[in-house]
Design a binder for this molecule. Structure first.
Ligand SMILES: [Cu+2]
Length: 158
């Protein structure tokens, strides 16, 4: 009698094991997690693209718009329309804590830290990704035209 109950108990155990194998045989969730991981870690732009025109109106130099609010993950295209060369430079003391490292990685061809290259050709575009950028105000200027008031501000607001 005891043996029978043992066997019966084993059978129940084995049935339980067999039952547990069913979920293990659906490994589809594993590759899905694998493919999602690199996308989540890469600081790629995920949001909207904004166009900021860099213009000379015959008298003064402007970023248009001079102020804009974006989300982290957006991209801002600085667009040389007229009056170049222009560039985009951020004041290191006028951006949020942690932003310098993000911009340092997302601004190609910097002349100096946080200062982008000169856009000489008309319609040249300099793109800055704000993927991973902390919330806050980012004040920037155009180096050749700072004395003439060519400056602006981006607010990252999630
Ligand atoms: Cu300029």
């Amino acid at each position: 009698m005891q043996k029978i109950s043992l066997v019966a108990g084993l059978a129940v155990l084995m049935a339980a094991c067999g039952g547990e194998k069913a979920p293990e045989q659906t490994p589809a969730a594993v590759p899905a997690a694998d493919t999602a991981a690199p996308a989540a870690t890469a600081a790629v732009p995920t949001g909207a693209t904004h166009d900021v025109r860099m213009e000379f109106d015959g008298k003064t130099y402007h970023f248009i718009p001079a102020t804009l609010t974006i989300k982290a993950g957006d991209v801002v295209n600085f667009h040389n329309i007229t009056g170049g060369p222009h560039n985009v430079a951020f004041w290191a003391d006028s951006i949020p804590a942690g932003a310098a490292a993000v911009l340092g990685a997302s601004m190609p061809n910097q002349m100096q830290p946080l200062s982008g290259p000169m856009l000489v050709e008309q319609d040249a575009i300099y793109s800055i990704s704000f993927a991973g950028a902390p919330e806050g105000e980012y004040k920037f200027y155009c180096l050749p035209h700072l004395a003439m008031g060519m400056k602006g501000m981006i607010t990252v607001d999630d």
